[in-house]
Design a protein around this ligand. Sequence first.
Ligand code: PHE
Length: 516
Amino acid sequence: MDNNRSSFGSNFGFLMAAIGSAVGLGNIWGFPYKMGKSGGFTFLLVYLLLAVFVGFIIMVSELAIGRKTRLSPIDAYRAVSQKYRWIGWLAVAAPFLVMSFYAVLGGYVLQYMSLNLAELSFGLSNIFSQQITGTATFGAMLTNPFGCFFFTLLFMVICMVIVMGGVSGGIERFNKVGMPALAVMLLIVIVRSLTLPNAVEGLKFMFVPGYAVKGGFIEEMPGLISVLGTAGGQMFFSLSLAMGAILTYGSYLGKEENLVSNSITIVAADTLIAIMAGIAVIPAAVANGINNGVPVNEIALNGPKLLFVTLQDVFSNMGKAGPLFGVIFYLLVLLAAISSAISLMEAVGAHWIDMDLKAGKGDTRKRITLIVSILITAAALIVAVDGLGSNNIHPAALLGITGPVPDVIADWLDFMDCWSEGIAMPLGAMLMALMIGWERSPELVLEEVGHGNHSPFFAKFYSVCIRYVAPVVMAFVLAGQMIGFFGGPEALWYAVAFVSLAAFAGFTLAGRKKAE
Ligand code: PHE
């Protein structure tokens, strides 16, 4: 049936592509800060446990469903489930929405790389006799919608060309060079960061339990339940789970490859790079703040500000070598963003590429990718022009709401993020676990994993995790995301999440006896 369907050229190529998808902006600006703020090693421990018991399990499941069906998400879910035939649509809508802001962030990274390159090549700051500061640059960038849109477009064109090149000729080829290059550049930045005076304060923030409070970075530690939600959400996004991307890549993987060891490699590499990224950025950011007399609780260590304000200041204050490190760093981030973006675009377009192939229309990858790119760019236009809410076209402004508003309507980036990462991702993963664990049976995945001869320990472990652990953890993640995006009484969101879980569990089990 799928004679002409694309596939990866080698297992190494697949691994680079999957790790490329996982390693992205989430690793660089989400993980290190959340780790520090949520208790250093405690957070790391919770993160690792969740990664082993849930992330790894869902990773194996997605790869198995993709490879078993050799279909894109929409058709793959249709093929394996009666009750959840429609989840595949979540796994196309979610990556589409993520791309609408990921492309804009990619555009920001391109702008910063160009800025540092210009400084390096012909000394911009000398020409304008003014130092490049993070705050001024960021402000100027956000309030320049044309510039933001132009660079978003440029980012989209780069990704589009790679995806048009095909699975092995474009995606795999880019990642095989890009990922090792990223690792080398990351090591260079780590060495520079750790040799700055006071860098050790940043290391303590990340790794010493409770130091974020003791060191004066934040006022109080979050509770364990909220750490669970934060770590779970972070882990899912970082591992590219429940967004169709991993499932789609799995559908291009050869039958002889080992899904368990591949999943372990991907999870381990993603976590390692997240920790390394933290060691590269947090000590530099903290050291630069302290060395310039900024109170530690005022150093921006989170989100866009970490990358585009705090770190630009680090490079600007570094003297002659600053712009060189700036170029290396933003290029590294750009590679991470592109390798994630292309997996999201592939997940969106794969269904239509497959459909045309089946209909005998041949390989229409180029045309479909062009259409997908145009649609994403159109959605990204809103996010780009919005400038993280700087230009008064954010949802709250359009609704005429003033005063403090919940995150979801504060800017268009958060709005898109809420539906995709906030709702579709945890819900999709929860339903997928119920579908495999209770509607079908864990055997569905185990069979594909081991072709009938997987180890009994793995079978037991997998079955328990997919049936019990994953759905419950996903309910916590869902609640955590809702609290973050909508605010309000936490108990309300826990109730919503767990009532949904109970309802879906009931729905999944209903009629099961009769059918048997
Ligand atoms: N994992 C990527 C990151 O950490 C984002 C991503 C999510 C990519 C889902 C693909 C699918 O930034």
